[in-house]
Design a protein around this ligand. Structure first.
Ligand code: B3K
Ligand code: ZN
Length: 844
């Protein structure tokens, strides 16, 4: 496979003035007629006229009305063209029904839909399928489907046809077409300048009752982007469509967002509080792309973080505003550590702006998205809020309508602040997670903190330079009062000291408040000091962090030294969990310890080979110990968390249900699941029903409930995904592979549907000790399925391969078993480029 490099970028030799597309829809033989106006690009260095195209049957092609015979290859066509502007026309035939890769134009349950990002448009017609070629699009759709949608505004429709025009120039990856038997949930929005926008969520008949929440989230997002960023919507209509077969969460096509149905459809009976929160965030994310991504797009795919990092950052700000900042921050850091840190510290490590790739779809990663957002958060901390919003105004002003680079992005910050950001830019080019160690010193009223930073080598990058690291620090006195409020220290050297003068007594530092930089803080802190921070830190994030460190250390000691659980810590934790001045969702987060996979990473870093069975045992022992120790008050507190109002997925109710779920999990260890059974029998919403089901499975009495759940929900695909996932994820490690195997033979296991496939395979991967079963059965099972799926759907296959990325943490035996499976996948005949690249990188 060919490797593409950032350094090789050259502009396309032609500009596209306009695109006219006509689709004559048919499942196996859709005809696409394209009429494209090209002109020489004044900035060109190369005159070759090459159009991308894959899996297309070319019927004819014309230039300026005269038939031509281009040279057609597997990946496109070449043709001699006039020196000046010219009109290109061609007709191709494609087969949406047999397109199982879910890229380009495909069918899902009888409806037509498209997914073009990153390079799917080339499966629709011949085109310069690259983000720096932008054009207006006019689309005519012919077919019997009652609903026919594309980007932009509707310009006409009649019996069997509909036309759309998108006045905003866009790259082809933002093209979309949807046609089918759909019904809409309509609404409207008046923008800040008084324009009325028609809003619709389009779904399959029967799903109408699951649209209201998504619609409210959309309107909130539109208002928020006006209020916080001054960004107004720019078309007469905004459509969202729910699709059952979709490779990822959702897609921001101009004016026509397409969503995985799991990321937009919601009802209290079928969706959990977590689902609601996620849907709100994804709707916001895709909507925010209208400015950060669509109006201002990427010059090439190496700049992907330009739109994704920024849009993730914006959706996180939105969620924090809607639901509370500390809890959102803690959730994001948990997620970063669970997904981005392992990536950045393993064989798949790559810079936020990668410098090469074989298949760009493999780089829609936690590093590009989540670390990309962290980098923007750091930039904002360094320049301050005011300068941040000024820089953003300048960005929207200066770059509107263009395809940009990270250099363009940083330039607006340099111009607004006068700062030199060349060292900061290392965050975009250097991969790996920096490790920051701290030493302190106290003399004559002066407290000194000395930091050292070091980034371990990553694939292709042996040596690292020091980065700019914003470190938020506050100081507490021995009474627990804050004597120095949060100060943003700006570390730029490999080693650097900061002093605090005029203090009466030696303070306790609270370092990296709010997780001000995506680094690993290496600081040996005594148990007493952590306990002190858990009791007193005024920074909610660091208070949570102190507890997390205590939990982690307790578990590590239990694993490595057979130690007893740390009761002194539990006494401190009990105070927080029972403190009713704190929000329930925050208290619940205190109860959620590190995942088993995270513990494996911690052990590995300490030079201990992680044993998944021991990790599982210690985690179980600790939970049981906590349940025993707290049995006197668990039930009372759980009773206080009962919501006595009609269901609402708001932050307040969500927090109560989350805490009550965590308490019920402990109670189930004492009563054998009796309370969970009662909750399962009486639950009137999915949050309570599913959490009760989880506890019943864990208590070893899930069978009847699982059957009842199946009978109740077997016709709801999204709920059935939960049913599949939870059984594997919650199974005892010893039987997880057997459960997964049995479910993969279930009549409802539709393996070609990405949601269902991920439910079972992802569920297994999440079951840490189950997946890492000593005999390698988990690895072999997953590899079998990846080999099978690769022919049908390379993107989902390649993505799932990343569960093997941490393989070098484990013992030689497990490593050999994993290697065997990776090599077996690699040896599969006709392996996709996607999977080949992933497996090759993981093998290292
Ligand atoms: N931009 C899309 C992701 C496309 C993934 C292509 N493999 C969704 C998003 O980030 O909003
Ligand atoms: Zn995005």
């Amino acid at each position: 496979p060919k490797t593409i490099y950032l350094k090789d970028y050259t502009p396309f030799g032609f500009t596209v003035e306009s695109v006219h597309l006509t689709f004559d829809l048919a499942p196996r033989a859709t005809r696409v007629i394209a009429k494209i106006e090209f002109a020489p690009n004044p900035e060109r260095t190369d005159k070759t006229f090459f159009l991308h195209g894959e899996e297309l049957k070319l019927k004819w092609a014309k230039i300026d009305g005269t038939e031509v015979s281009p040279v057609v290859t597997d990946d496109g066509l070449r043709c001699d063209v006039p020196d000046g502007p010219f009109t290109w026309e061609c007709e191709v035939e494609i087969s949406p029904e047999t397109n199982t890769a879910l890229e380009g134009l495909y069918m899902s349950n009888g409806m037509y839909c498209t997914q073009c990002e990153a390079e799917g448009f080339r499966k629709i017609t011949y085109y310069p399928d690259r983000p720096d070629v932008m054009s207006t699009f006019t689309v005519r759709i012919e077919g019997d489907e009652p609903v026919k949608l594309s980007n932009g505004n509707p310009t006409g429709s009649g019996d069997g046809w509909a036309e759309w025009h998108d006045p905003w120039p866009k790259p082809a990856y933002l093209f979309a077409l949807v046609a089918g038997n759909l019904v809409n949930h309509p609404d409207s929005f008046t923008t800040m300048s008084g324009k009325d926008v028609e809003l619709n969520i389009w779904v399959r008949p029967g799903d109408e009752h699951k649209c209201a929440f998504g619609m409210e989230a959309l309107k909130k997002s539109m208002r928020w982007d006006e209020e916080v960023y001054g960004r107004e919507y720019d078309l007469d209509i905004f459509n969202i469509v729910a699709v059952d077969d979709f490779n990822m969460g959702a897609m921001e096509n101009k004016g026509l967002n397409v969503f995985n149905s799991s990321c937009v459809l919601a009802s209290p009976e079928t969706s959990t509080d977590d689902n609601f929160e996620r849907i709100e965030a994804i709707i916001a994310h895709e909507y925010f792309h209208n400015w950060t991504g669509n109006r201002i797009t990427c010059r090439d795919w190496f700049q992907l973080c330009l739109k994704e990092g920024l849009t993730v950052f914006r959706d996180a700000q939105f969620t924090a505003d809607m639901r509370g900042e500390p809890v959102k921050r803690i959730h994001d850091v948990i997620d970063l550590r669970a997904r981005q840190f392992p990536e950045d510290q393993g064989p798949l490590s790559h810079p936020v702006r990668p410098e090469s790739f074989q298949e760009i779809n493999n780089f829609y990663t936690a590093t590009v998205y989540e670390k990309g957002a962290e980098v923007i958060g750091m930039l904002k901390s360094l320049v301050g809020d005011e300068a941040y919003y000024k820089a953003l105004d300048l960005y929207f002003d200066r770059q509107d309508g263009q395809a940009c680079t990270i250099e363009d992005w940083l330039k607006v910050f340099e111009d607004v602040t006068g700062r030199d950001l060349s060292q900061f830019k290392l965050w975009y080019s250097q991969s790996g997670t920096p490790r920051v160690s701290v030493a302190d010193d106290w003399s004559d009223g002066t407290y000194t903190l000395t930091f050292k930073q070091h980034t371990p080598p990553t694939p292709g990058q042996e040596v690292k330079d020091p980065k700019v690291i914003p470190i938020a620090v506050g100081l507490l006195n021995p009474n627990g009062d804050e004597i120095v409020p949060t100060r943003m220290l700006e570390m730029t050297e490999a080693e650097q000291s900061f002093t605090f003068d005029g203090l009466a007594s030696k303070p306790t530092p609270s370092i990296l408040r709010g997780f001000s930089a995506p680094v690993v803080l290496e600081r040996v802190v005594s148990r007493e000091e952590q306990a002190f921070l858990l009791a007193h830190d005024t920074d909610p994030f660091n208070r949570w962090e102190a507890n997390r460190t205590l939990t982690r250390n307790c578990l590590v000691n239990m694993i490595t030294d057979d130690a007893e659980p740390d009761d002194a810590w539990l006494t401190g934790l009990e105070k927080v969990v029972r403190d009713d001045t704190l929000d329930p969702d925050y208290r619940q987060l205190m109860l959620s310890g590190p995942t088993q996979s995270e513990l494996a990473q911690v052990l590995f870093e300490q030079g201990v080979t992680p044993d998944p069975d021991k990790i599982w045992d210690a985690s179980e022992r600790l939970r049981q110990h906590i349940a025993n120790k707290w049995q006197g008050w668990l039930k009372d507190l759980a009773d206080q968390m009962v919501v006595d109002a009609p269901y609402s997925p708001d932050a307040e109710q969500t927090g109560k249900r989350a805490l009550s779920g965590a308490l019920l999990s402990l109670i189930s260890r004492l009563d054998g699941g009796a309370a969970a059974q009662e909750r399962f029998d009486t639950a009137d919403n999915m949050t309570l029903q599913l959490s009760a089901l989880t506890h019943l499975i864990r208590a070893g009495r899930g069978d009847a409930a699982l059957e009842a759940f199946y009978t109740q929900w077997r016709n709801d695909r999204l709920v059935m995904d939960k049913w599949f996932g939870i059984q594997v994820g919650m199974a005892d490690p010893g039987v997880a592979v057997d459960v997964a195997t049995a479910l993969s033979q279930h009549e409802d296991f539709d393996w070609k549907n990405p949601n269902r496939f991920r439910a079972v395979m992802g569920g297994l991967a999440m079951n840490h000790a189950g997946f890492h079963r000593k005999d390698g059965a988990g690895y072999a099972f997953l590899a079998d399925w990846l080999i099978r799926l690769d022919d049908k759907n390379p993107q989902t296959t390649a993505r799932m391969c990343s569960v093997f990325q941490t393989w070098k943490r484990y013992d030689a035996n497990r490593q050999a078993l994993i290697r065997e499976q990776l090599e077996r996948i690699k040896a599969k005949p006709k392996l996709s480029r996607d999977t080949d690249e992933m497996v090759t990188r993981i093998l290292g």
